[in-house]
Structures are given as structure tokens and as C-alpha cells.
Ligand binder design. Sequence first.
Ligand code: PGA
Length: 249
Amino acid sequence: MRRKLAAGNWKMNGTSAALSELDALAAKHPSPSVDVLICPPATLLHRAAERTQGTGVAVGGQDCHAAPSGAHTGDTSAEMLKDAGATAVILGHSERREDHGEQNEDVRAKANAVMEAGLQAIICVGESLEQREAANTLDIIGGQMSGSIPDRSTGENLIVAYEPIWAIGTGKVPTLDEIGEVHDFIRARLERRFGEGVGRSVRLLYGGSVKPSNAAEIFGVSNVDGALVGGASLKAADFSGIIDALESV
Ligand code: PGA
């Protein structure tokens, strides 16, 4: 059985005042039956980890460097994120791929570093609108998976997030059939590459305009084990509704 996961990605949002949202979230879900993860900006990570210690809320990073340490001004290593209290790191988000030109090989190297540090890598894949309209979605996802996912992946250290780029922050969501098609495809690819045992144990998240109002139906789709949530993770009241929906699947 795969444990469900509600993951929040705060992106470049939040200063000290936002930490109170974590208190509210932990108070609303004292012992959640699903995993709950918030990935705040790096500046809040350590305080967020201290604040949520002993609660059902874990914290993670949004990116890292592939090297453990060294002359890389402005970067943060997986070891450092772990030291700050992270249990997971989002990698290869489309905003990183777009803003920083991250390629599949970069994502794979970072994922190796995250796994080496003993953390979970949440590897994001997803097609653009153009690619979907050209019926290239599965090819694109397959290519991103082969290029970005390390060989050492297991059900413990890998989580895959399917995030159609055109659904992120837009309020647009694929149909449930479209989500199911991609998630079934990702599952089949993982089983083929890693064998049934590992392939079936990796958790698959859907991300892109998930809200309390659409979460329940998305969580009903086959091979959807949770969500990676941007905008609706910023306020405890919204994210809480998504956790509730996941708990009642
Ligand atoms: P959104 O972002 O929920 O605001 O669409 C999702 C994501 O980018 O992870």
C-alpha cells in the first residue's frame, strides 16, 4: 500500500509571518492519516522544521545543487537542506526547467544527490500545451522520466509528480481521463524499468491547479497517490481542505 501524500510548494512566497500557517495546519491535522509536506522557500526551511517538529507536518526543499558542497555561490546542497530539517526535495519543477534552463541530466544529478543524502526526491514531469495539442504528451513524459529519474530509485526515495505546465497556476485542469492516462503510463514505465515491486511502490502525485473544490475527484483517479499543490498550499485553510479530501479517499 502506498501512503498518500499531500505536498505543498510555496515557491518564492512567504516571509516569517507565513510560519503561522504551519502552526494552523499542524493544529488542524494533529495526526493525519496521510503524509503532509510543505516546501517553503529556503530562507524559512530551518524555522519551519523547528516549528513543525513533533507534528504531522514535514518540510522539504524546492531545489538543490548536485554537489554536496563547494564553490557554487548562491546554491544549496541536499546535505544542507537535510541539515535544515528537510525530508524531501522537489526537483525539475517546470519553473526551474524554464527559469534556469534545467535539463533532464541536471535533474537526475540533483536527484542522485538528494537520494545520497537520504532524502526523498519529488521529480516533476509534465508537458506544455503545445506538446499536448500535438499529441506528444506521453512521449514527453517518457523522455523526462528516462532522463531525470536515477537508476538507484526506490519506493522510499522517489516520488514522481505529474504537472502539466499549462495547468500550473492557471485554474485549468486536465480531464480525469487525461490525468488517469498519464498516471497509468508513468506507473507502467516505472514497473518496466524498476520491476513490479519497486514500480508499484513509488508514489505518483498530480500537480496543477489542485484546490479543495477539485481535490476529491482528482484523488479518485487511478494511480493518483496525492497532490503537489502550489497556490492552494499557502493558506492552511485551503491546504487543509485538500488534506481532508485525501484522507477520505
Ligand atoms: P498550482 O502549482 O497548484 O499553483 O497550480 C502547482 C505546482 O507548481 O506545483
